[in-house]
Design a protein around this ligand. Structure first.
Ligand SMILES: Nc1ncnc2c1ncn2[C@@H]1O[C@H](COP(=O)(O)OP(=O)(O)OP(=O)(O)O)[C@@H](O)[C@H]1O
Ligand SMILES: [Mg+2]
Length: 271
């Protein structure tokens, strides 16, 4: 299978793309990180985004969130062309996006509850008791105990920090959430529980999830579709079967390596 063939996966009939990136080029000085990259995410799906370390997964996420400038290309998000919207509409768009960053997931000087309220304070003008009530709901939603509300990040386990960061990403009831390596650093059981939570939230809240991950278990268990970043663009996007059939050394080593073989179900392995 070639990249051209798999790109047909983008023509998904009436499926609504909530994010469409076209011909995106991003670089730092002479270092071009992304070169004419194309990517779509469809409503209600969990897209797993993989690629070797340093290939630009975080850069892409930050560019889509307008935290980094792009050299060229277009980004359409939730039906709006970024370049064409007013500042007011941009704020409204930003409110519909939730983010869990790879590093520095929480403010260390704020409690869990205060962390969750950061986006509320930034975008909404709500009385404190209502914000407290909303934060408590988010804490419950991500499976944290009520006592976690008044703890500082240093008092939490790695898994609890990830859940609290997810609660903050969900603070404004977003349509689309970006998760950068949400299960890194968690033990396999903690990671699997986090994956289950993501799938449950997608099902109950109708979220669309863009998840950067190195975690093969996540890719196999919760992701509907996978996109691989390589050679400064999306090399291939599709199902696990598409990955296994894709003729590229890195993709083969990643999805068919020793680690993968212990995870890929027998019936999904190419014969
Ligand atoms: N603010 C920046 N200024 C200059 N170069 C940067 C900046 N941010 C990222 N880069 C460079 O862009 C490239 C891609 O980095 P990025 O963090 O996106 O990788 P990644 O795919 O997320 O890797 P990892 O899997 O390790 O998180 C790297 O070469 C990095 O050095
Ligand atoms: Mg990264």
């Amino acid at each position: 299978m070639t990249a051209e063939e798999t790109s047909d996966a983008r023509d998904r009939g009436d499926a609504e793309a909530v994010l469409s990136v076209r011909d995106l080029t991003v670089g730092f000085g002479s270092n071009i990180v992304l070169d004419k990259l194309n990517l779509d995410i469809f409503r209600g799906e969990i897209l797993g985004f993989v690629g070797a370390s340093g290939t630009g997964k975080s850069v892409l996420m930050r560019t889509v969130l307008r935290l980094l400038p792009r050299r060229s290309g277009s980004i359409k998000i939730l039906g709006a062309e970024y370049d064409a919207v007013s500042e007011e509409e941009r704020v409204e768009l930003d409110m519909r996006l939730g983010v869990l960053f790879q590093h520095g997931a929480l403010f260390s000087s704020l409690t869990v509850m205060e962390n969750i309220q950061v986006p509320m304070r930034e975008y909404l003008d709500l009385p404190q008791d209502l914000m407290d009530e909303l934060a408590r709901l988010k804490i419950e939603l991500v499976g944290l105990a009520p006592e976690a509300a008044h703890k500082f990040p240093s008092e939490l386990s790695g898994g609890m920090i990830k859940r609290a960061a997810l609660a903050r990403a969900l603070a404004l009831d977003p349509d689309l959430v970006f998760l950068d390596e949400p299960t890194s650093g968690l033990d396999p059981i903690g990671a699997a529980e986090f994956d289950e939570l993501i799938a449950k939230l997608r099902d109950t809240l109708g979220l669309t999830v863009y998840m950067v991950t190195h975690d093969l278990d996540s890719l196999f268990s919760v992701c509907d579709r996978i996109a691989v970043l390589g050679q400064k663009r999306v090399l291939v996007e599709g199902t696990i079967e598409d990955m296994l059939a894709f003729d590229d050394e890195w993709v083969q080593a990643y999805f068919q390596g020793k680690r993968a073989r212990s995870i890929v179900p027998q019936d999904k392995r190419p014969s």
